[in-house]
Ligand binder design. Structure first.
Ligand code: GLN
Length: 471
């Protein structure tokens, strides 16, 4: 039996003895050997003997009836989570060969659940980028040979999941780094509420925005990992002592908001078409679909590109060759740019007009979401401006006036407000995003699962059996 691209299906087959942990690991290793040389998704692969000995341990647990939630499931870890048995470089020459003495909490929780870490995934240096082209290891690209970038910054994680090198992966999402590669690669990408998953051992980019996200082949798998990872951690003071619970009081019928400001002139017509198809399908399934207004959507992008570099500039001061990093190795161009911008934004003369102004805008974004969520249960909107990722060539030689930063316009607002968001591959290869109230990952995942079902089983699948009335 071949390995299904689903953790839940694989687990069932392992339980029933129709599949062995060795076969699961073999399948991951085959994908790695066939696809990694061109895709460059994993920058470090665990040794085969190590993987096979873990498969043997998993076999023993299935045999003795003590398998854990992710027993024998291969996972990939973005290279900005520290791991005790593999190097952690954050795709930076500055951290070349760095090995941590401990595992990040998210990595530990996955291992304690029985997952097998196949390798470390490529990314933009320190998470700074939208295309995974700012990597000291070279760009991660999508399978298929067209040279389309994986998206960033968690590009390696998305490609690892897409190609079967792993059944799930963790990434980090500061301003869209899990959601954008998920949309470009056609996988599910979940950014949780800020504070629900421990960031301990995730090398910080911008602490007030950083979240640990999940990439998977389907919404149910992403939800499973989210459950396992949402765990209190005394090592991260921003990690909640208990998983966030929001009073779930969904309207009847369920009300989906459509942020009018996301319907931008530059939006690829293919994205607009898929978005409107989804809204029609939700309506046909019995949901109320209503417009909402988030007037600060575009200014939010500018605020993000002041706040994130400001936090990054202070974080990166520790790579001075004394505390961390190697003295002679340099940061890449994009990292240098962010340090300069961030340092300027925090400087005495510019602080008020840039940093404080951006913080005010951030409060405004939070206020607009709070107001909109008094009217709706969730929002459905695009994740990226274009249906397809650009090619490496297009990223390296942008048309005049094109800015990589604009790519993040639909993902940054939820980051500034700390909200949960999930990207689901919808029709015609377009990823759509579901946004929810802070703490209400359950609602976001529910709506995302409905969307997934309509895409896989037909636009009207939401009506059958489990209509909205049962929500
Ligand atoms: N593209 C955004 C940036 O470069 C977001 C990156 C991220 O979420 N790590 O900052």
């Amino acid at each position: 039996m071949s390995v299904a691209r689903s953790i839940l299906a694989t687990r069932t087959a392992l339980h029933a003895g129709r599949l062995t942990p060795h076969a699961v690991i073999d399948s991951a290793l085959t994908a790695i050997s066939q696809q990694n040389p061109t895709c460059n998704a994993l920058v470090h692969v665990a040794s085969e003997s190590h993987l096979l000995s873990q498969a043997a341990e998993a076999t023993e647990r299935y045999r003795s009836g003590t398998p854990r939630a992710l027993e024998g499931i291969p996972v990939a870890i973005k290279d900005n989570f520290v791991t005790s048995d593999m190097p952690t470089t954050c795709a930076s020459a500055v951290l070349g060969g760095y090995c941590s003495p401990f595992d990040a909490t998210a990595v530990r929780l996955l291992r304690e659940a029985g997952a097998i870490v196949v390798g470390k995934a490529n990314m933009d240096e320190f998470g700074m980028g939208s295309f995974n082209t700012n990597s000291a290891h070279g760009a991660a690209v999508q399978p298929g040979g067209e040279g389309r970038v994986a998206g960033g910054s968690s590009g390696g994680s998305a490609v690892a999941v897409k190609t079967g090198m792993a059944l799930a992966a963790i990434g980090s999402d500061t301003g869209g780094s899990v959601r954008l590669p998920a949309a470009y690669c056609g996988v599910v990408g979940l950014k949780p509420s800020y504070g629900s998953i421990s960031r301990f051992g995730l090398v910080p980019y911008a602490n007030s925005l950083d979240t640990v996200g999940v990439l998977a082949n389907n919404v149910a798998d992403a939800a499973l990992l989210h459950d396992i990872l949402s765990h209190p951690d005394p090592n991260d003071m921003t990690c909640l002592p208990a998983p966030p619970t929001t009073k779930r009081n969904p309207r009847r019928p369920l009300t989906i908001g459509v942020p009018a400001e996301y319907n931008q002139a530059q939006l690829d017509p293919a994205v607009r078409e898929t978005w409107s198809r989804a809204l029609t399908a939700f309506e046909a399934a019995g949901a109320d679909v209503v417009p909402v207004h988030l007037p600060s959507t575009v200014p939010a992008l500018a605020a993000y590109y002041v706040l994130a570099p400001a936090e990054a500039a202070s974080n990166l001061a520790k790579y001075d060759g004394v505390r961390y990093g190697k003295p002679r190795d340099a940061f890449g161009d994009e990292v240098v740019r962010r340090v300069l911008v961030g340092t300027f934004a925090l400087s005495a003369g510019a602080h008020e007009s840039y940093y404080i102004h951006a913080q005010r805008l951030r409060r405004q974004v939070v206020g607009e979401f709070t107001a909109a969520f008094t009217e709706v249960d969730a929002m459905v909107c695009p994740a990226a401006l274009t249906a397809q990722a650009p090619t490496i060539d297009e990223v390296k030689h942008p048309k005049s006036g094109d800015s990589a930063y604009v790519t993040d316009v639909f993902t940054v607002p939820a980051s500034l407000a700390g909200l949960p968001a999930v990207v689901v591959p919808a029709w015609d290869g377009v990823g759509l995003q579901v946004l929810g109230k802070w703490g209400d990952a359950a609602m976001v995942l529910d709506v995302a699962e409905r969307l997934e079902r309509m895409v896989v089983m037909g636009d009207d699948a939401g009506v059958d059996g489990e209509g909205w009335a049962e929500f």
